[in-house]
Design a protein around this ligand. Structure first.
Ligand SMILES: Cc1cc2nc3c(=O)[nH]c(=O)nc-3n(C[C@H](O)[C@H](O)[C@H](O)COP(=O)(O)O)c2cc1C
Length: 351
């Protein structure tokens, strides 16, 4: 068959495949109010007005990372994002934030439709405030029992994030979390995250019952991201094996696991832990002081890498999917590519 006829022949098959993909993630798109069920995971310093609006304008669902912002800064960021997109987007709030209740009110006053509560089991008053305010509540579920508890306490959707992800991580991979949770939890839409870089992988989780996917690493390196050029270059150079969790030297001094690119900072962190441990054992510092010294090591380090471009001493948080970041692409290109990979995989199977 001449190639032009072959293309004509393939067109209906591709249309069918697109319809099938639309059906597979219909629950996710209906929940988010987006064209495709792909969320941009909130990334502190990275997920601001430009990236978030680019993701929503491209048909996905952007999420502002509130991080350590106070109420006034968050209100300004939401307003600036609303000026850049008419499409829905969410706001991610960290449950440990001392002004959590005020931040929820800021979101509600601004008409934010989806609030993500991250960083631990969300406190009851914040959950009630989100629900009473009419916003949809999204929570992270690290295991099936907790997933069920979160749904019972009011979560309208869940994200299950595997240890392949960039940033703060749990111990279990998405491959296992998905098998543990997706077949058993159908009450609310569940979005999968961690290590996703291609549409075929997203498709396989949709087929297992996921409502959609959340990506961070690929979006952080996009041309729409405000991250420093050094940060994006580091992503393009890195392989999956370069994105490792932070190492804890001694059980008495817990280190929250964070996945990022190995650099001078991660090497020095080991030395600082070893030296602090030695001083503690020699009775030169108390346990509390030693723990604080270890915790303070990374203070401001993500900003140093993302904004200042110090990728040697800063914290270059990245998921294992960093190996799939190979060139500079816009958010629209990435979302189109992911969608087409899923569509082609469906069409391929149909022959
Ligand atoms: C640089 C960076 C910063 C992140 N910061 C946050 C954050 O502030 N809050 C949060 O809930 N998740 C954070 N994450 C996780 C992402 O929202 C997302 O779930 C994760 O990146 C998905 O895995 P992937 O990186 O393999 O795509 C961060 C990830 C990266 C790469």
């Amino acid at each position: 068959m001449p190639p032009d006829i072959a293309i004509l022949d393939a067109a209906p098959a591709l249309d069918q495949a697109r319809l099938k993909l639309d059906r597979l993630w219909a629950r996710g798109t209906a929940f988010l109010g987006s064209r495709v069920a792909i969320m941009g995971g909130a990334m502190s310093w990275v997920s601001e007005r430009h990236l978030v609006s680019a993701i929503s304008n491209a048909g996905g669902f952007g999420v502002i990372a509130c991080g350590a912002m106070g109420p006034a800064l968050l209100a300004a960021e939401i307003a600036a994002t609303q000026a850049l997109t008419q499409r829905p987007f969410g706001v991610n709030l960290i449950t440990m934030h001392p002004q959590l209740d005020e931040l929820v009110q800021v979101c509600l006053r601004a008409g934010v439709t989806h609030i993500v509560l991250a960083g631990g089991i969300p406190p009851g008053p914040a959950v009630r405030a989100v629900k009473d305010g009419g916003a949809k509540l999204i929570c992270f579920a690290p295991a099936l029992v907790l997933a069920r508890r979160l749904v019972k306490s009011g979560a309208d959707a869940l994200v299950i994030e595997g240890s392949e992800a960039g940033g703060h991580i749990g111990p279990v991979s998405l491959t296992v979390l998905a098998q543990e949770i997706l077949p058993h939890l159908r009450d609310v839409p569940v979005f999968v995250a961690g290590g996703l870089g291609r549409g075929e992988a997203i498709l396989s989780y949709l087929e297992m019952g996921a409502a959609g996917a959340q990506l961070g690493t690929r979006f952080a390196a996009s041309t729409d991201s405000i991250a420093h050029a050094n940060f994006k270059k580091a992503f393009m150079r890195a392989n999956a094996r370069d994105a490792l969790p932070s190492v804890q030297l001694d059980v008495r001094f817990p280190v929250i696991p964070v996945r990022g690119l190995v650099n001078e900072g991660t090497r020095r962190f080991l030395e600082v832990q070893a030296e602090t441990l030695r001083r503690f054992q020699a009775g030169e510092v108390t346990k509390e002081a030693a723990q604080l010294e270890i915790e303070h090591f990374w203070a401001g380090a993500l900003r140093r890498a993302v904004i200042d471009g110090d990728v040697e001493n800063g914290s270059v948080m990245a998921g294992q999917s960093v190996g799939m970041v190979t060139r500079a692409q816009s958010i629209a290109e990435i979302i189109e590519e992911l969608t087409e990979q899923a569509v082609l995989a469906i069409a391929d199977r149909a022959g």
